[in-house]
Design a protein around this ligand. Structure first.
Ligand code: 48F
Length: 259
């Protein structure tokens, strides 16, 4: 029979290579500059920006696929809309768009995949999927890490202890869940205002305005930011998420210089 591969790889070699390289990465991620909780559009944008500026970034993503709410467009109709202000940025992402009615229309799957690949291509950014952030580490009046468990363990409700990853800054980009902000708010009794009614124009402004440092070392972006400060929600329009991610990266860089 004709052989198609000069260097066949055995089953055990496949396993060995995966274990070796995955755990090298995971061990390296124990101490980083920034941990981004949630690989949606605002988190991925911040990750790319921070990675390009030389920061060591770890993304913890609960689901199998990063990308958050970008994949499905609206009601599964796979297009998203982005404001014309972001035209140069989309060109930078090498993301094709159609200009219509003074807005940009983008294929949602291409949008998701370009955000992911542009963030991960910086080399300084490492993404771990199927990892759920369940708590925060707090040291000397600052958030200094995240507590993580495997999503499978969380779903099964098994009594297995999580693991801590230390960092200088945590970005909560978990969207509507605002998980890190909610954990912080519960622990220190800081009430959050929760998101407001749907309004794309208002919500897109709010998400950028509400992007901020919530506590020393804890930042919020995207819909998580609106869940902290009562911003409006919006549908599949994403200029606000990109601008929020860029703003979060800038704030984090300024903060890290001070710690
Ligand atoms: O929700 P998501 O896309 O966040 P975003 O950047 O963008 C919001 C928009 O997609 C959309 C919208 C405007 O168009 O309203 O909702 O604010 O992505 C959040 C990501 O965080 C992950 C989740 O799986 C998703 O990929 N995530 C949520 N909780 C956790 C988490 C957790 N505990 N640990 C890790 N990841």
């Amino acid at each position: 029979m004709t052989k198609h591969f000069l260097n066949p790889v055995t089953d055990v070699k496949v396993s060995k290579l995966i274990l070796k390289h995955y755990f090298e990465n995971l061990t390296d991620a124990l101490i980083s500059d920034v941990i981004i909780v949630g690989g949606g559009p605002s988190g991925l944008t911040a990750a790319r920006e921070l990675g390009n500026s030389g920061y060591k970034v770890v993304i913890m993503e609960r689901k199998l696929s990063p990308g958050g709410g970008t994949w499905g467009g609206s009601m599964s109709f796979n297009k998203v809309v982005i404001q014309k202000d972001l035209k140069d940025y989309l060109n930078e992402l090498e993301l094709p768009f159609i200009e219509d009615e003074d807005a940009l229309v983008v294929d949602s799957c291409l949008f998701a995949s370009q955000l992911i690949s542009k963030a991960l291509k910086t080399q300084n950014v490492k993404l771990f999927n199927l990892m759920t952030v369940v708590d925060l580490e707090y040291t000397n009046n600052a958030i200094t890490g995240v507590v993580v468990n495997n999503t499978g363990i969380e779903i099964a409700g098994l009594h297995v202890d999580p693991m801590v990853f230390q960092t200088k800054a945590v970005l909560d980009s978990t969207g509507h869940d605002a998980i890190a902000a909610n954990i912080y708010s519960r622990r220190v009794q800081l009430p959050l205002r929760k998101e407001h009614f749907m309004n794309a124009v208002q919500g897109e402004e709010d998400t950028v305005n509400n992007t901020k440092m919530l506590a020393n070392g804890l930042f919020v972006s995207g819909m998580a930011a609106n869940n902290v400060d009562g911003g409006s929600r919006m549908g599949p329009i994403f200029g606000g998420m990109i601008k929020s991610g860029l703003k979060a990266a800038k704030l984090i860089m300024e903060y890290i210089k001070t710690v």
